[in-house]
Every structure is written in C-alpha cells, then in structure tokens.
Design a protein around this ligand. Sequence first.
Ligand SMILES: Cc1cc2nc3c(=O)[nH]c(=O)nc-3n(C[C@H](O)[C@H](O)[C@H](O)COP(=O)(O)O)c2cc1C
Length: 195
Amino acid sequence: MLKNLNLDDFGIYEGISETIVTTNRGWTSNAAPMGIIRKKDKLFIRLFKDSTTYDNVLSEKVLVANITWDPLVFVNSTFTDLEDSDFQTINFNCRSLVTLKKAQCWVAFECTNTKLTSEALVAELIPIRGHVNKCLIRAPNRAFFGVIEACIHATRYQLTGEDKYLKLIKAYGDIVDKCGGDNEKEAMRLLYGFL
Ligand SMILES: Cc1cc2nc3c(=O)[nH]c(=O)nc-3n(C[C@H](O)[C@H](O)[C@H](O)COP(=O)(O)O)c2cc1C
C-alpha cells in the first residue's frame, strides 16, 4: 500500500466511483466503465464474467482506474473498443500499465485476495501509483449522470432484451436533452445507435 497516496486527491471517495478501468494483456489494451468500491480505506472491484476486463485482471492482477467526465468515453468504452491512440503505456517496476491519455487523473492498483464465484470475481485493490494530469473544476450536471445511467440500463438491455430498460434509457435521454451540452447529447446519440 502506498502510504502517501490519498485516494481523496484522485476523486475516489467512500461508495462506488464510476471510473474507466484500463487493463492490458501483451500489446492489447482495453477500457471499460467499472465501479471502484471504497469502504473507508479498503477498495474493491466486482467484475462480472465474460468481459475482457475480467480476463485481463484474472491474468495480470493489475488495473488502472481512470477518472474522466467525458460522456463519450463512457459510451464508447461500454460498447466498442477505444482507439490505440487513446491509451498511453507507462513502465512501472518492470511491468507496463496502460492509462487513458485524456483522463483527469488515474490510480493504478494491484488486485489481491481475489474471490471467484460462478458469476463474478471480487478483488481487493492496493494502490501502487497515481498521477494527476489536470484538475477539473466542474459543477454537477444531470445530463452527465443521465448518460451513465443510460449506459448501465443499455448493458442490461443487451443482456436481457427486456423492454423496461428501453423505457429507462428514454427517461434518461430526456434529461440529457434538457440539461446536456453537445458532448452529452452526442454521447446519447451514440448510445441509441448501439441498441
Ligand atoms: C457506469 C458503468 C459501470 C459499470 N460497472 C461495472 C462493474 O463494476 N463491474 C462489471 O463487471 N461491469 C460493469 N459495467 C459493465 C461493463 O462496463 C461492460 O460489461 C463492458 O462492456 C465490459 O467491457 P470489456 O469486455 O471491454 O471489459 C459497468 C458499466 C457502466 C456503464
């Protein structure tokens, strides 16, 4: 554990922080939205099976949690692969870590005490390195959270095909229309295209 790394300085507070988790295996980098769970100073991640992130974490036992307010990154990394040029590779203790170039900041974690169930893995996260690229002062905007909620319902819709998720996505789409800027509206348009 890095004694001098204060998670508050990286925007990771108690509860579940929605981050973009980057992982890699060999030369292949991956990004996906994942929640980092913080209970006091303990951190965890729960990864459901059948994702690239799950496979990479199981094999490499390391991940990077990137903090971003870019709704397009949330939508794109949920449903497609990001471009190679979106990633940056850094060397740390003879291993390579991948981060998102445009993240406001990131924290790299070692994944330990991994527990496997039939559906998911839960790993404890130990911070090993953190970096702040730029400090962003931004008031909460309902449209950004609307895009995040819509992404979550869209992943459930893809899994189950249940109509109730389409209704929820539409309700969050209305909030994005009302409160969003161009980025949030573009993110929502992209999301509808993936359904
Ligand atoms: C905001 C948000 C948070 C998510 N959190 C998690 C999570 O904590 N664990 C998980 O297994 N999937 C989570 N997901 C779903 C994954 O991001 C999704 O299954 C993704 O397609 C996996 O991509 P991958 O195969 O590239 O890893 C989340 C999705 C969103 C939109």
